[in-house]
Design a protein around this ligand. Sequence first.
Ligand SMILES: [Zn+2]
Length: 73
Amino acid sequence: MSTISSTLQQREIKPKEKIVTYTVLACINNDYEERREFIPGDYVGKIVRDKRCPKDNSELRIKAIYAEKQQIK
Ligand SMILES: [Zn+2]
């Protein structure tokens, strides 16, 4: 009787994560909200210059900034 030993390599796959910071933009008339990735210089209360509300063309103000974990596939 011979013993066959098989080597099982179990690799633990660690999900790679990254932290993504988002900026929430809200219309000053509160009828629209969207989020985009944080751009350096963003702060809560700032009026963004590069976008306008698609509903009434009003200014968008930064409502919140938050970070979220995202998995990299
Ligand atoms: Zn609006």
